[in-house]
Design a protein around this ligand. Structure first.
Ligand SMILES: Nc1ncnc2c1ncn2[C@@H]1O[C@H](COP(=O)(O)OP(=O)(O)O)[C@@H](O)[C@H]1O
Ligand SMILES: [Mg+2]
Length: 431
């Protein structure tokens, strides 16, 4: 079988690496890929949102399955276009991907399906949203505890957690007047701020059967102790001890089953990865958002632990025969992924810095270095993005996995490289 993975991040490197281990897969292409996928698969120079280009390539190469990594091509309708062209694809339709593409659509569906989520109001104008805040709070420094969200895709930047009335008005201004997130700010949401630990529960579904994956935790803030500006994710661990079997059963019955049914009833049947971002509040788990693809970096530690042939699972989902699959098999050992980033990230950063030590890190036992923002320049791996590498390791305990990952991190160098030092500590704090 020939597989095409669409995207160029750490998630796509992990997908390509795992698919390449399948006994059924002869060839994995990645479009456009990075320096890591160039080594473990074959890169093709087509952008992940170039729908005609991807379809042409898949036809020319007689690709058996296309796996779409990022949200942007899904929201643009790549899965629909590929299916219409007679190609098999893993990933939701454009209509189903609106679950991530529009936070207003998502919140309204959650409300209809009676799925626990923060209380919220939606607004079509900044003036209405500002009035809502001004009507309720009078002092500039008055605590408001709300979160202001742009409706559309904003590369993880369109959500602003606000402490005071002036924070909230400033957030509304940025989204609705200054248009910092462009069209994504056509509508906005003001919702109740929730408190608790965040977890990611992902499931693979064909719209009927739901296969839940072990819970993981991302680390969004740039600095240790979950401080500093938000990033695309600085690390992840899987599983997390804060989600036990009982809680997982509750998340399945209160969140995953009803959302899959609600999408089906809305005639937007969901096929692909459904990612529930949850806050574990004292009143139980509540949905922060849904994503319609694997999380990056959660995908890396998840796939490192998967023993079942990934191609079989993704193909079964694409063919609507997940019900026939045996339960997934997992390595019992926990895994963690530490993201190494460019100097300056999540702000401005330089590209093109030479990376050394990759082979030594990869040679360590139970370690895999997944590439994200890297590119080959004159046969040398150089930085090409903010999040550069995801150093992923397994161990008998979370602490051992952490030690192994950071041992590998120490092997790798480039000018300005940095990472968080506390990935997975929040899992241990709960024990
Ligand atoms: N209601 C909320 N209460 C507290 N924190 C929130 C809330 N909504 C979002 N957040 C925080 O903001 C982050 C990003 O929000 P999210 O809805 O996941 O949007 P996106 O991932 O598209 O930026 C979350 O991971 C969480 O830390
Ligand atoms: Mg999120």
């Amino acid at each position: 079988m020939k597989v095409l993975v669409v995207g160029n991040g750490g998630r796509e490197h992990a997908l390509a690496w795992k698919l390449g281990q399948s006994t059924k897969v002869d060839k994995v292409f990645v479009a456009p890929g990075n320096a890591g996928t160039a080594k473990d698969a074959e890169n093709v120079d087509i952008a992940s949102t170039d729908i005609p280009g991807l379809i042409q390539f898949a036809k020319d190469q007689a690709i058996d399955l296309t796996v779409i990594g990022p949200e942007a091509p899904l929201v643009l309708g790549l899965a629909d276009a590929m299916e219409a062209a007679g190609l098999k694809v893993f990933g939701p339709s454009r209509a189903a991907a609106e679950l991530e593409g529009s936070k207003v659509f998502c919140k309204n569906l959650l409300r209809t399906a009676n799925i626990p989520t923060a209380n919220y109001q939606t607004f079509r104008s900044g003036d209405d949203a500002s009035r809502y805040i001004k009507d309720r709070f009078s002092e500039p420094n008055e605590p408001v505890n709300v979160v202001v969200k742009a409706d559309g895709l904003a590369a993880g930047k369109g959500v602003i957690v606000c402490d005071t009335r002036s924070d909230a008005l400033e957030a509304i201004d940025r989204i609705a007047s200054r248009r910092e997130f462009g069209e994504a700010g056509n509508e906005l949401i003001i919702e109740e701020k929730l408190v608790g630990q965040e977890v990611s529960v992902l499931a693979i579904t064909d719209g009927e059967t739901i296969v839940t994956l072990p819970a993981a935790q991302d680390h969004k803030p740039a600095h240790d102790g979950d401080t500093g500006p938000n990033t695309g994710g600085m690390g992840a661990h899987c599983p997390t001890p804060i989600v036990d079997d009982e809680l997982m059963t509750k998340i399945e019955s209160d969140v995953l089953v009803p959302i899959v049914h609600a999408l089906k009833r809305a005639r937007r049947p969901f096929k692909g990865v459904l990612y529930a971002g949850l806050m574990l509040t004292p009143a139980g788990p509540k949905v922060l958002e849904f994503n319609v693809r694997f999380g990056d970096p959660e995908c890396q530690p998840l796939l490192m632990r998967l023993k079942t042939d990934l191609f079989d699972v993704l193909e079964a989902a694409a063919d609507s025969r997940l019900a026939e699959m045996d339960p997934l098999e997992w390595d019992e050992r926990p895994s963690i992924c530490v993201v190494m980033a460019s100097e300056g990230y999540p702000g401005d950063y330089e590209k093109g810095r030479e990376i050394t030590g990759l082979e030594n890190a990869d040679a360590l036992e139970d370690v895999k270095v997944f590439h994200a923002g890297t590119v080959l320049a004159n046969n040398q791996v150089v930085t090409n993005g903010g999040r550069v590498l995801g150093i992923t390791a397994m161990g008998n305990t979370i602490s051992q996995a952490k030690l192994q990952a950071y041992t590998a991190v120490k092997e790798i160098r480039w000018r300005g490289a940095w990472c968080r030092k506390d990935i997975s500590d929040k899992a241990l704090a709960e024990n």
